[in-house]
Ligand binder design. Structure first.
Ligand SMILES: [Cu+2]
Length: 281
């Protein structure tokens, strides 16, 4: 029954540490950026929940070990107990983890299905990984807008333009906000991964195969967002960032009407990629 006592002692300790941790992270989401899609917000919420559970388990187990090491040290406990089984405790430490895992199944599958099941979309973009750059095409609009070849700016150009080297590209993919967009993702020669953290989106780009995913960026979240190829695809793997410019529907229509002219877009004021390049000057 000493172990039961230890369990009971561990729980208040867990509560105190959790409360302290909660107070130290203002948003409670462990510093993750606030997402700009429904899927991102759900994923971040679930990530936060998992972190609390994981932290709780770690603290509880270490607390228990510490208690046992002190309480049953040789000098205090010269004649060790010969107990080898305790049915009640064995049932508890089998059933409780099973219950925790069962509770995590539903949100985890919801997050997967939300990304995998593509709703009715209004725009389809073909994304193709090359060694080493990305190419984008608006499906069904090939006559109006040419394919976008998106290569990173050279170091000199990035610094000259006050933009972030290895994030900023020669031409971003332009997409409208508040619009469900399907991405058809493939690759030219080798494995890449189309990965956009702010959208909670990541899908492998595989030669001769087409993977699907989708996104819908919040209205009001217009701006320039960055991702990077998330597959170790070769020597210039670092040289294929993903730059996506999110604009309003009407700006997107103007962009299409102009034949894909970036100059038709309003001046970008929400570009995180302007910061460190400016500092490097
Ligand atoms: Cu790649």
């Amino acid at each position: 029954m000493r172990l039961l006592k230890a369990l009971l002692l561990g729980l208040p300790l867990l509560a105190v540490v959790s409360a302290t941790a909660a107070a130290s992270t203002s948003s409670g989401n462990f510093g993750w950026d606030v997402g700009i899609t429904d899927n991102a917000r759900y994923g971040e919420w679930f990530f936060g929940v998992l972190m609390w559970i994981i932290s709780g388990i770690v603290i509880f187990v270490f607390g228990l070990m510490l208690y046992i090491m002190v309480r049953f040290r040789e000098s205090k406990n010269p004649v060790p107990s010969k107990t080898t089984h305790n049915t009640l405790i064995e049932i508890i430490w089998t059933v409780v983890p099973v219950l925790i895992l069962l509770a995590l199944v539903a949100p985890s599958f919801k997050s997967l299905f939300d990304q995998d099941i593509i709703p009715e979309t209004e725009l389809t973009v073909k994304v193709k990984g090359y060694t080493w750059h990305w190419q984008y095409e608006y499906v069904g609009m090939e006559d109006q807008v040419e394919e976008i070849i998106s290569t990173p700016l050279s170091r000199e150009d990035a610094i000259a333009q006050g933009r972030e080297y290895l994030l900023a590209t020669t031409a971003p993919l332009v997409i409208p906000s508040d619009t469900a967009i399907e991405f058809l993702v493939t690759s030219d020669r080798n494995l890449h991964s189309f990965s956009m953290d702010p959208f909670w989106l990541k899908v492998d780009a595989i030669p001769d195969r087409i993977n699907h995913t989708w996104t819908k960026v919040d209205a009001g979240a217009e701006g320039t967002y960055y991702g990077q190829c998330a597959e170790l695809c070769g020597i210039n793997h670092y040289f294929m960032p993903i730059e996506i410019r999110v604009v309003t529907r009407s700006d997107f229509d103007k962009f299409v009407a102009s034949g894909g002219d970036l100059a038709s877009l309003p001046v970008e004021t929400n570009d995180l990629g302007i910061q460190t390049a400016a500092l490097e000057k």
